[in-house]
Design a protein around this ligand. Sequence first.
Ligand SMILES: Cc1ncc(COP(=O)(O)O)c(C=O)c1O
Length: 390
Amino acid sequence: MVSDFTPAERLKRIKPSGIRRFFNLAQTMPDAINLSVGEPDFTPPREALNLGWQAAQEGKTHYAPTNGIPELREALVGKAGSDYNLKYDPNSEILVTVGATEAIFLALEAFVNPGDEVLIPNPGFVLYEPGALLTGGVPVSVPLLEENEFKPSVDDVTSLITDRSRVMILNYPNNPTGATLSHDEVAALSKVAVERDLLVISDEVYEKIIYDSVRHYCIATFPGMRERTLLVNSFSKSYAMTGLRAGYVYGPKELMAPLWLVHQYTVACVDSLMQYVAVGALRGPQNFVHDMVKEFDRRRMLVYKRLNEIDGFRCSLPKGAFYAFPNIRSFGMSSEDFADFLSKEARVIVVPGSAFGSHGEGYIRISYAAAYEQLEEALDRIEKTVKRLR
Ligand SMILES: Cc1ncc(COP(=O)(O)O)c(C=O)c1O
């Protein structure tokens, strides 16, 4: 008997992430400097790790409540209150998830019907489009263009909305461009969401990683938005906990119940020890985040300055996150070919802009979450190598 084990039809809609290809390449090239991966090179705060370690020794290794341990949900209530003056009920309006990744996936799974249109940033984080496609949804690209500082134009967004539009995904501070939004820009987008009755998935994982005098404006605080926003966040970036997979989502209880349902049947609950680490991160002194951002700022300025000094690159100053997104069109190569070229010839791994969507073509993403000295060395190598192309 020959069995038919071909994968499910819906998998044909998606392809592997362009980031992973370059990340995997880095594993096979030990002499290469890896600037492809979006994770801080810091160790999480000691207080946080200690609480996790203590929980392990106390044997707190059993199933946790589906929505997260009470201590963490309480700490998250405190965070939303002190950061944004937002109130969420710890029992029905917060879900602890396997990173922001699971939260985004749950939100799409719970609210997108086949044929529903999902507005996604382009370029944008690699999960949004496949996440929408797996539900049978139709991703609709909102162009983020360099001439508009990589911010969405409200006219573009309005013109892309149809009767089938259901969800708008926003991500500020932005991966891969480093753009942030002002108060008025968030207000304008929230007005569109209210007028056109869109559910907003706001991915704010880089909320704390902002520079100069930039402030982060949480969209759920704007009029009419709390009731239509799923506010996604994570410990991955702010507390350098990428591997612990600690994320969370806030929302009004009517929106949270469907997420809870999908979460229950996919992961049952989140790793219990990790949740104690997360409690420790929120309870401990917050100068960890401040010091980390100060160091990212130093690296940001190095990368921005050096790239603009190299003939052929044009790089705008990132205002948030830890990515530079320079324009590489003058080299006359596709971003994929250019990233391949840098990996082979300069032994520096970056991600082609096309991995983040069609409007990322013509750019590469450089993560400056790597050590300062490594960045210096990488930029020297890039400078020497691209000279050969001029
Ligand atoms: C914009 C954005 N959202 C979500 C994630 C996923 O975060 P987590 O590690 O919490 O799943 C990332 C990771 O790079 C990201 O850049």
